[in-house]
Write a protein of this length. Structure first.
Length: 386
């Protein structure tokens, strides 16, 4: 036989889990500084859920004006904050406006309803809003995770807990039509409430664990990016570029060719000596910025050292590389560096080479591109040489 103590114990367990999760997310946001805005939103979602369930448990103990309407609004707020946090975790962009609009609309609607009788309409509004907000968060998470997979095995199923929570809230809303008058009160010792509370407890743990995993994965991705990126220009560092080159060369045997475009800023030492190293750094960043429109998503753009860069162009022959290099040359030449109220003309020399089947490694192709670059320098700079 189900007793009121069982439902209250489950309610207390969910409140404890939400309160503990609030502290964990606060620590991630304020101490570890991991996805701080999204982590704060998750902390708010758990705090709102804990507050809502606490007020629900205290109905009849505290005045009704402090438990019914505030508790329902807090419940919807928790789902809205969850919906805002999910995009922040997967794409770093918080999307709080739809949730805020849903909370405001639901709060006004609930305020217009009398909190007396069976409260079925209040329950339908709360559970319907919760289901809709969580379903929307699940769809956003699924799409963002699938997009971020980049063709690899998709992590999109990590959004599954959100869909399960949406289904749970929808089921509770439907129950108000089947058994009106009992479902709105979670303290009623019914089989449906026991199943609902157990499921909610499991999903609360699963949802927080899954989203925390995604936050940690984002941190790992950021660390990996720092390890393979040049800190000044945000291009690939030499080690990462060499790895990309060897991968491209491995595909050469399978019929997928590639070309290299070596880039060297002209008179870089003169610029440094005249304007200072800060100006030299600014010139390199400006050159990289000007070259970015020529770099496709499949290309790899790396800094080999000093003022020397290289772009790896998969599925490109020498003619295609020449077109890319010429456009790059023109872009750099038409973008002077503005430094200390004066313009400093920039230019770069380019050497290109296409991979051949008899090349033992990517280094051989790189050496040919480098030799072409030195010929370009010898021809007066600001030219493309193959």
């Amino acid at each position: 036989m189900i007793t009121p103590a069982q439902t209250l114990t489950l309610l207390a367990s969910i409140i404890f889990v939400a309160a503990a999760a609030t502290l964990v997310w606060m620590a991630l946001a304020l101490v570890a500084r991991i996805a701080p805005r999204a982590s704060l939103a998750m902390a708010g979602a758990n705090a709102a859920a804990a507050g809502s369930l606490t007020l629900h448990a205290l109905r009849g103990v505290l005045p009704d004006t402090l438990t019914y309407w505030p508790g329902d609004v807090l419940a919807i707020t928790s789902f809205a904050l969850l919906g805002a946090a999910v995009p922040g975790i997967t794409t770093r962009a918080l999307n709080w406006k739809p949730g805020a609009a849903a909370v405001a609309a639901a709060a006004l609607l609930l305020l217009a309803l009398p909190y007396e009788g069976d409260l079925r309409w209040q329950a339908r509004i709360v559970n319907g809003a919760g289901a809709a907000l969580t379903l929307a968060a699940g769809v956003v998470a699924w799409r963002n995770l699938a997009r971020s997979a980049g063709g690899r095995r998709t992590p999109a199923p990590l959004a599954l807990p959100l869909f399960l929570i949406a289904a749970l809230m929808a089921a509770r809303g439907l129950e108000t039509f089947v058994n009106p008058g009992r479902t709105p009160d979670l303290r009623v010792p019914s089989e449906f409430n026991i199943v609902f509370l157990w499921t909610a407890l499991v999903l609360a743990l699963l949802q927080n664990a899954t989203l925390a995993f995604l936050v940690l994965m984002r941190l790992i991705t950021r660390i990996e990016r720092l390890l393979e990126r040049d800190p000044l220009t945000d291009t690939l560092n030499r080690r990462a570029f060499d790895q990309a080159l060897e991968r491209a060369h491995a595909w050469l045997a399978r019929g997928r060719g590639y070309a290299l475009v070596m880039i060297d800023m002209d008179r870089f030492k003169q610029l440094n000596d005249t304007l200072g190293h800060a100006a030299g750094d600014a010139a390199l960043r400006l050159m990289v910025k000007e070259l970015q429109p020529c770099v496709r998503e499949v290309d790899r753009f790396g800094r080999l050292g000093g003022e020397e860069f290289c772009v790896l162009l998969p599925d490109t022959d020498i003619a295609g590389a020449a077109l890319v290099a010429e456009r790059m040359r023109w872009l750099v030449n038409t973008a002077p560096l503005r430094w200390l109220e004066q313009d400093w003309s920039l230019s770069a020399s380019f050497g290109i080479a296409e991979a051949e089947r008899n090349d033992a490694s990517g280094s051989a192709v790189l050496a040919r591109a480098d030799a072409a670059l030195y010929r370009a320098k010898g021809q007066g700079r600001n030219v493309v040489q193959a």
